[in-house]
Write a protein that binds this ligand. Structure first.
Ligand SMILES: [Mg+2]
Length: 290
């Protein structure tokens, strides 16, 4: 069920308590623009870093993609990959053990999703059973992914390094999408639209669940935590529903995405009257009282 979004436009300025604030952010169309640039949001990223406020990236992007962006921006904090499939936490980031975590390279990983190999196998079965044309990243060369996305070759290769999901690039009719949803659900998988393409993940992969799980760790460390969330698309609805202070930035063209209703939503998202990373900067600067 959808209902009209009763969001309000950001006008007021509230200064937050830096030591107990966490920012959760979508990447594409939110932190970075359609040309994959973070030039407009970077000043606000720098302001968060200078105050030691954690910035947790939360997107459909892979670990390889997010590591590149984190390194470029100098972000040291945990991040949530592949639509809530896993939380990557730098080893020792929290001063207590993380019981259900898996150690991978220098990370403590909390996994909600299922492995990409079993997702690819399920999609291969579906292709045979249904005859549906379902083209995923795994069947494309890096050059083909680059062409479809506008990414350069190294970035396209990072986008293909999926550990918990598969990206479907085939445009789907409403009927085909509904059929895929049914067939995938029967196998414990789900498919969501990320704007340009579709992402297939384990049914338990959820941006909102991942945000809540990480928020609980910050609360365990600090005793309390104020959470800010920023997104631009329907697949950010669970993220925005899981935070105290949700912000919806505009899509190119200056429009806000109509957001699906999320039962767990606590407060309506505030609509930021600017597109993508410019709106991101305005919302974060307002939160910081800058
Ligand atoms: Mg987005």
């Amino acid at each position: 069920m959808t209902r009209p979004d009763t969001s309000v436009t950001v006008v007021e300025v509230t200064t937050v308590v830096a030591s107990t604030t966490v920012v959760f952010s979508d990447i594409d169309g939110t932190l970075i623009d359609a040309a994959y640039s973070y030039a407009q949001s970077q000043p606000a990223v720098a302001a968060l870093l200078a105050r030691g406020i954690p910035l947790v990236l939360c997107s459909s992007k892979t670990r390889a993609e997010q590591q590149t962006l984190r390194a470029a921006l100098g972000i040291p904090d945990p991040f949530i990959v592949e639509n809530g499939s896993a939380i990557f936490i730098p080893a020792g980031y929290f001063p207590f053990p993380l019981p259900s975590s898996r150690r991978v390279d220098g990370w403590q990983v909390l996994e909600l999703g299922v492995g990409a190999a079993s997702i690819r196998a399920a999609l291969a079965r579906l292709r045979r059973q249904t005859g549906l044309e379902i083209q995923g990243y795994a069947g494309l060369s890096a050059a083909q992914v680059a062409q479809a996305t506008g990414l350069d070759l190294p970035a396209a290769a990072r986008a293909q390094q999926r550990e918990y999901s598969e990206t479907i690039v085939t445009p789907l009719s409403a009927a085909d999408l509904a059929r895929l949803q049914r067939e995938l659900a029967a196998q414990g998988l789900s498919i969501v639209s990320g704007g340009k393409f579709y992402t297939v993940t384990g049914a338990a992969s959820d941006k909102g669940v991942a945000v809540a799980r990480l928020t609980a760790l910050f609360r365990q460390q600090w005793g309390e935590a104020i959470t800010i969330g920023l997104g631009d698309s329907a697949n950010d609805a669970p993220l925005l529903a899981a935070v105290d202070r949700p912000y919806l930035v505009q899509k190119p063209g200056g429009v806000w995405q109509e957001m699906p209703d999320v039962p767990a939503r606590r407060v309506p998202a505030r609509r930021v009257p600017s597109v993508g990373p410019l709106g991101w900067r305005q919302a974060v600067m307002a939160e910081l009282g800058l």
